[in-house]
Design a protein. Sequence first.
Length: 148
Amino acid sequence: MAVLLVRHAVAVARHRWAAADDERPLTDRGRAQADALVGQLLPLGPTDVASSPSRRCVETVAPLAAAAGLEVRAAGALAEGHGEAAADLVRTLLAAPGTAVLCTHGDVIPDVLDALGVEAERCQKGSTWVLDAGAAGRARGRYLPPPA
């Protein structure tokens, strides 16, 4: 399986949000990024869409899931601070058929990439890492910058 590891799009800043952090929504720019992800990722043939339970993550991949005729599945392993659990999830999905889209946070993605041995120097909001198992079980990654 290929894994499309998406960092959530631009959300309302933490210091401007008084409610629970998991409820922070996308900004107008973030919604534009989420809409543009459809054109960028739909051609890669997603067969599963999972997201951190955080609203900003779900909102990032909801347009893609709808365009692919899929539901967004909440996955606690993709929540902030769960880099090790997210890496385990990615390893499992890389060994399965299909193409999974996983939306998570800026602190999780470097942990996942490091655990897979993928060198990364960037991870902008709204960006995607296209991961596959590669030869000899070593993961390969290709960075797609934010589409908007």
